[in-house]
Design a protein around this ligand. Structure first.
Ligand code: 5AD
Ligand code: FES
Length: 371
């Protein structure tokens, strides 16, 4: 693979991140030759093994509420859609957390639309419950909440926070994320704030958003490193037919050759390059990847750089209502079915389920690059 910058002399592997320039990332994103791509998959898998090992960390996802005050153009639970919505009771959330402990997961993720009905006090109570009654790490994924809320939740013991920036192309971002009243969204600044407060910060992008170019996706990947993210989740964009972006599938703003396709291969290229650029971060093999490739999407993610699985803990009767995109994988399953399925599939890859919270373990390399 001469000229790609990936092959390095033995013992110099720690130099891989620096050697991946924007041009090399772009070159790989455009590469379609399966034999060449095999090198990328192998290098990503080797780097994953070297930096984060064979454990697949399990984060139980609790979709707490489908109410959302934002109106993202691609999302099935956008606020302006007239759909049935739900918000779990506090007791239901606690039951999901307990189930996560019983199923052996190391983390619970409290996720919801940006729902003002989930008060600061209520989330604080949930965090206190998780931290005092269970050994789990507590991750929040509740949208762009206020500084005061973030500070209080961190104080209460929240460990991590997830907010994808979706794309680093600010013009594209603005086209698909209308402002919320007078509030302008600034997800990059939000992530910096999280880090200052001492959260582990997770972000990510969708692959194949209409209007996303290869250059943009290369910049997205390099920004993961610049922000010193602890977790990076990427999945393919899946058109939801009852959203403005889903309906507008035909008039793309880019010529077809420049538009990033929303495929499993493009998504796993992004995962693999993320692993090489940010070797010690936690990377999930996402549900969206499992949805675009129902047969072995999860496995492809785990074999091409990912080391995290986020099984759903939401009570099955609510899952269909949290329809951010159609035909979501595992939407009809119980938490117990998901657990049995993932344990079998992790073992079939020769990997092992993670134990404990599974936070980021920094390498010397990432410590010296942290800002
Ligand atoms: N297709 C794929 N992913 C989506 N998300 C939201 N809507 C879609 C869609 N139509 C992703 C976004 C968001 C995460 C919770 O789900 O990246 O950050
Ligand atoms: Fe849910 Fe397989 S992970 S059924």
């Amino acid at each position: 693979m001469q000229g790609t910058g990936i092959r390095l002399p033995a013992g110099k592997e720690e130099m891989i991140p620096q050697s991946l320039t924007r041009d090399v990332v772009l070159w790989w994103l455009r590469e379609n030759d399966e034999t060449k791509l095999e090198t990328l998959w192998q290098e990503a898998d080797r780097t994953r093994k070297e930096y984060v090992g064979d454990a697949v960390h399990l984060r139980g996802l609790i979709e707490m509420s489908s109410f959302c005050r934002r109106d993202c153009h691609y999302c099935g639970i956008r606020g302006s859609r007239q759909i049935d919505r739900y918000r779990l009771s506090e007791a239901e959330v606690e039951e999901c957390v307990r189930l996560g402990v019983r199923l052996g997961y190391g983390t619970v993720v409290l996720q919801a639309g940006e729902d003002p009905g989930l008060s600061r006090e209520r989330i604080t109570r949930h965090i206190r419950f998780i931290k005092s009654e269970t050994p789990l790490a507590a991750t929040l994924s509740l949208g762009e909440r206020s500084d005061a809320e973030l500070a209080e939740w961190r104080e209460a013991g929240a460990d991590r926070y997830l907010l994808r920036y979706e794309t680093s192309d600010m013009a594209l971002f603005r086209r698909i994320h209308p402002d919320c009243g007078t509030e302008v969204s600034d997800r990059i600044e939000f992530l910096r704030r999280l880090k200052r407060l001492g959260y582990e910060a997770g972000s990510g992008v969708m692959v194949g958003i209409p209007g996303q170019s290869f250059e943009t996706l290369a910049d997205d990947i390099l920004l993961f490193r610049e922000l010193d993210l602890d977790m990076v989740g990427v999945g393919p964009y899946l058109a939801h037919p009852d959203t403005p972006l889903g309906r507008a599938a035909a008039p793309l703003s880019l010529p077809p050759r420049e538009q990033v396709p929303a495929t499993d291969v493009m998504t796993t290229k992004t995962i693999a390059l993320t692993r090489l650029v940010c070797p010690d971060v936690n990377i999930p093999s996402t549900t969206a990847l499992a949805t675009v490739n129902t047969e072995n999407g999860r496995e492809l993610g785990l074999e091409r750089g990912a080391n995290v699985w986020m099984p759903n803990l939401t009570p099955t009767r609510y899952r269909a209502l949290y329809e951010i995109y159609p035909d979501k994988a595992c939407a009809g399953d119980t938490a117990e079915e998901c657990q049995a399925c993932l344990l079998r599939r992790i073992a079939s890859l020769g990997r092992v389920p993670g134990t404990g919270p599974g936070g980021r373990v920094r390498t010397a390399d990432s410590r010296s690059n942290a800002r």
